[in-house]
Structure formats: C-alpha cells, structure tokens
Design a protein around this ligand. Structure first.
Ligand SMILES: Cc1cn([C@H]2C[C@H](O)[C@@H](COP(=O)(O)OP(=O)(O)OP(=O)(O)O)O2)c(=O)[nH]c1=O
Length: 212
C-alpha cells in the first residue's frame, strides 16, 4: 500500500497483525500509515528468561518489518514500532494458547496466584536507529472454580493470547490486583509506546488536539 504522506511528519509503520495493538495506538491518537505484520519464530531459546524473550522478539519483529520495506522507496525513512507480550509464572513462560488444552493448563496455573506480563517494545527511527524498552506488569487472579474455568475455556477468548487469557475480556473479572501498566497486559504499553514514537519527532499530541 502506498503511504498517504502527511507533510512534516515521518510515516509510521506498526509491525503487527494484532488488532488490539492497533486499537491501543489509535486510542492515543496515533494512526499508523500501514501495518506490516512480521512473521517470526517465537520459540523461546533454552533457558531464555521471559524478559529477554519479550525484548528479543520485539527486536526481531521490528527488524523483519524493516527488511520487508527496505527496497520500497515509498517507505524509506519511516518509523517502525513492534511489540511482543510474554506471560510468565516465575521463570516459566506460558504459551500463546492455540489449543484448548494449552489454555486450560495456563488458566489452572494462573488461578489464585500472581504472574508477570512483559511487553518488549522496539522502535526503529527515520535513520534506522533501534531503541527497545521492556515494560512489566504484575497481575493476580482470584482462585477460579472448575465451573469458571470451564466457562472461560468454552468462551474461546484465550485463542492466540499469551498466557491463555485476555484481560480486556471476561478474564478482566479474574483480576484481583494489577501493579503496573494495564495496556501493557493487553499488548502495547501506551505511555512507553507513545514516548518512543514521540521521541522521533512524530507529533504524538496532534490526534488528541484534532479530536477536541
Ligand atoms: C495477556 C494478554 C495477551 N493478549 C494478547 C496480546 C498479543 O496479541 C498476544 C501475545 O502475542 P504476541 O506474539 O505478543 O502478538 P501477536 O502475535 O498477537 O501480534 P503481532 O506479533 O503481529 O504484533 O496476546 C491480550 O490481548 N490480552 C491479554 O490480557
């Protein structure tokens, strides 16, 4: 897709297929010029920590998007933003649930205890300089009954979600405490993402002003 350039600001590429990440950016008044989802292998390395994994995958998504636009003059000098969200209990990294069995194992593990959610953010600026940031949130779920777990699994909201749940849906009712950024858990910590994009000279306040 050819960019509709806005004079005086760089073009912004969101390296993501996640509708939630797009919606969060839009919520902050930032409208990416295009989406370039980066298909990468997200398998953790042996003994890789959750923090390192989230940062590494965010960097890989950003550099894969940069590689894909490299030969397209329309997108030269664009700012790229990528993110990766990892859910863990201690050092144990939970999968992005693709089957009901995986989701069930995640939800049973999370029931009645605290876990951490890390999102790695990576931004490539107009000059190709890479900057990354890690954001951490601690979340505690109430103890879930078998009926609650079965109902949650039946609802299907876990599909494709790190840790087998989506805080922005039914699982919001499981949360008894949250320390840190809520938007980080949904997949894009907004204060930090807006900061990274704004540091490139991208006018991050214009959307808010325009909305009145
Ligand atoms: C914990 C949690 C995760 N998630 C989602 C955010 C991410 O989309 C997903 C984690 O997988 P990611 O690999 O971070 O992202 P993705 O594959 O969905 O999208 P892309 O790589 O194209 O940007 O889990 C929620 O939506 N709500 C939650 O509460």
């Amino acid at each position: 897709m050819a960019p509709t350039s806005v004079p005086g600001r760089p073009k912004l590429i969101l390296a993501s297929a996640s509708p939630r990440r797009l919606a969060l950016l839009q919520q902050a008044g930032i409208e990416p010029d295009t989406l370039v989802p980066a298909e990468i292998d997200e398998t953790p390395w042996p003994r890789e920590s959750p923090r390192k994994l989230a940062l590494r995958l965010a960097r890989e998504k950003a550099s894969e998007a940069a590689r894909r636009i490299r030969d397209d003059a329309d997108w030269a000098g664009s700012v790229i933003l990528a993110a990766d969200t990892v859910v863990c209990v201690g050092r144990r990294i939970l999968p992005k649930a693709e089957t009901i069995e995986e989701a069930a194992a995640c939800i049973r593990l999370l029931s009645g205890r605290s876990h951490r959610v890390y999102t790695g953010l990576c931004r490539v600026d107009q000059a190709g300089r890479v900057s990354a940031k890690l954001v951490e949130t601690r979340v505690r779920f109430k103890r879930l009954s078998k009926d609650e777990i079965d109902a949650y699994l039946g609802a299907g909201e876990w599909r494709g979600k790190a840790g087998g749940y989506a805080i922005q849906g039914i699982a919001g009712a499981f949360v008894v405490s949250l320390v840190g950024s809520y938007t980080n858990v949904v997949g894009l910590p907004l204060a930090e993402a807006v900061g990274l994009v704004g540091a490139t000279g991208y006018p991050v306040t214009l959307g808010w002003i325009a909305k009145g």
